[in-house]
Write a protein that binds this ligand. Structure first.
Ligand SMILES: *Cc1c(COP(=O)(O)O)cnc(C)c1O
Length: 229
């Protein structure tokens, strides 16, 4: 099987899972955006995904995302990974949507990158869902403060919230917490309606809990090689 056929078959299976999950949750599949997470995969795989109709692409490291986004500026680029302070300006310069803002000091450099590139970046606030201090994501009150800060910053719009269900915990419970945080954000920022939740292993429970953006990598492209961080 060619790589294109392989990705195409995987994609068909993922679309079927999305459709069944929406049916089970009584939701319209058009409410859920599928983002193909292409991290570690070559630009040829991005091209393959695009030729199969995917327009939204996710990456998690600036060094890898920047050249890919430059090669395909026609696609919609989602930055989903942890943001290092010294990469924030670069990330703001090519991302259409940043999913993983979790601290106030990232707001200005992302906005500077966005303004220099003459664009407005949609920013989601990443909520911490595992209760462990020190892990990625902001606590509920901090999510609300960050949403306000983003809205007040030229070059940025708050798009909503993002969360990652911790391994080994019930994703239904954690995505339920995320949807409560999302409702609090929407009550003050009615446009910030997106909930970025769900990956290859847990997209069904994310959709049952109101996800509007699923970030799917391995179910489309195959298992990634482990990489050194
Ligand atoms: C890698 C990654 C994904 C995709 O994960 P899969 O399990 O391969 O679908 C989604 N979200 C984030 C933040 C990631 O880093």
């Amino acid at each position: 099987m060619s790589r294109l056929d392989e990705i195409g078959a995987n994609l068909a299976a993922v679309r079927l899972r999305l459709a069944s999950a929406c049916l089970a949750a009584g939701r319209n599949p058009e409410e859920v955006l599928l983002i193909a997470v292409t991290k570690t995969w070559p630009i040829a795989d991005v091209e393959a995904a695009a030729s199969l109709g995917l327009r939204d692409v996710g990456e998690s490291r600036d060094q890898e995302a920047a050249p890919k986004a430059a090669a395909r500026p026609d696609l919609v680029w989602h930055f989903v990974g942890a943001i290092q302070s010294n990469k924030a300006r670069s990330i703001g310069s090519y991302s259409n949507v940043v999913h993983s803002l979790d601290r106030a000091d990232l707001v200005d450099p992302i906005a500077r990158g966005a303004r220099e590139a003459g664009r407005t970046v949609r920013v989601l606030v990443q909520a911490r869902l595992d209760g462990e201090p020190g892990r990625r994501g902001a606590d509920r009150d901090e999510v609300l403060r960050l949403a306000e800060l983003i809205e007040q910053t030229e070059g940025l719009r708050c798009g909503g919230v993002m969360g990652i269900a911790p391994l080994g915990e019930d994703p239904n419970a954690t995505f339920g917490v995320l949807s409560e945080i999302a409702a609090a954000v929407v009550s003050t920022h009615p446009e910030a309606r997106d909930i970025s939740a769900g990956m290859s292993g847990d997209l069904e429970s994310a959709i049952a809990n109101g996800s509007t953006m699923v970030r799917v990598g391995s179910a489309i492209f195959g298992a990634r090689e482990p990489r050194l961080r």
